[in-house]
Design a binder for this molecule. Structure first.
Ligand code: RIB
Ligand code: CA
Length: 307
């Protein structure tokens, strides 16, 4: 089989509304060789997020293979999101149930080892699959090009607990394994997503495309969910903004930071704790996106989905 010249990526997702937009962005960009889409429980149960992933890839007519992964966190009790509704993708006409082949972790290891130093993994759900792969194959972090992670906060309050962002709060032990690993990590924290929602008027620019109707239906539900549970106007594009780093890194400002995950605190469990002191030894383990040019993001999002 002819080897693709496009950079290989894996998308690891708990497919909710924003994940769906991130998957659309990456697939429609035609910039990447999507080796695998691996699913993990998070926004909703593993079966629902896997069915939702199948629905989105079918909408895109994408041949990317789906591999289901972990159905619960490494250690803590399972928690689910509210904003995405009962199906985890309300507003989408999800009919098919995708078999759970349980191959996500095996495939992540296989794909990375077959393409050493080349694979970017877009981690837009809890880090359970990635941490499990690292536990199974301790050398894996050195073989991955980079992780692009939607997770954590720097100064913004949490969106699942008073201090913790949802993906990290869902599986703090997995996040700690990943954040403490030596692989290059680009982090898109809540701080950025909170400042640049998209509105129905932005999605209206997709009118006339095949994806317009399903996207409008999903985004209407998502915007209602965000308004109800986050008391915020608009669609918070957590995951597409993380994916956008791969598409247009020049539009993203970043800063190296020392960010650790709290796994012991009663009130701070799942908090991403940044050492902002001006003194003292730092271990700059993550590159955090501190700003993204909103006009570029919306313009590129619309142009790519319109392709
Ligand atoms: O906190 C936002 C993150 O949690 C996003 O990835 C969203 O899809 C949910 O998984
Ligand atoms: Ca997600």
């Amino acid at each position: 089989m002819k080897k693709s010249k496009l950079p290989p990526i894996i998308i690891d997702t708990d497919c909710g509304h924003d994940d769906a937009m991130a998957i659309m962005l990456l697939v429609k960009s035609r910039m990447f060789d999507i080796k695998a889409v691996t699913t993990v429980a998070g926004n909703s149960s593993l079966d629902k997020v896997t069915n939702n992933t199948r629905y989105i890839l079918d909408l895109l007519e994408s041949p990317a293979p789906i591999f289901s992964g972990c159905d619960k966190p490494l250690k803590r009790d399972q928690i689910l999101a509210n904003v995405h509704g009962k199906s985890g993708l309300d507003g989408a006409n999800v009919k098919k149930s995708e078999p759970l082949n349980g191959l996500a972790v095996k495939k992540i290891i296989e794909v990375v080892r077959a393409n050493p130093g080349q694979v970017s993994i877009v981690v837009i759900g809890p880090a359970t699959n990635i941490a499990t792969a690292f536990n199974k194959d301790p050398k894996l972090p050195q073989l991955i090009k980079q992780l692009i992670i939607m997770g954590g906060t720097v100064e913004a309050p949490g969106n699942k607990s008073r201090v913790a962002e949802f993906n990290v709060f869902c599986d703090p032990e997995a996040a700690q394994i990943v954040f403490d690993s030596p692989v290059k990590k680009i982090i898109n924290p809540l701080d950025v997503a909170n400042t640049m929602p998209m509105f129905l008027a932005d999605f209206e620019k997709l009118k006339g495309t095949k994806l317009y109707k399903p996207i409008m239906s999903m985004m209407r539900h998502f915007i209602k969910g965000i308004a109800k549970f986050e008391l915020t106007k608009g669609a918070l594009m957590y995951d597409p903004l993380a994916a956008y780093y791969l598409i247009n890194p020049a539009a993203c400002q970043t800063e190296l930071m020392d960010m650790r995950i709290e796994t012991k605190g009663e009130l701070t469990y799942g908090m991403s704790v940044v050492d902002r002191r001006k003194y003292g030894q730092k271990s700059l383990n993550v590159e955090v996106i501190t700003d993204i040019n909103r006009d570029s993001f919306v313009r590129d999002f619309v142009n790519i989905i319109r392709k």
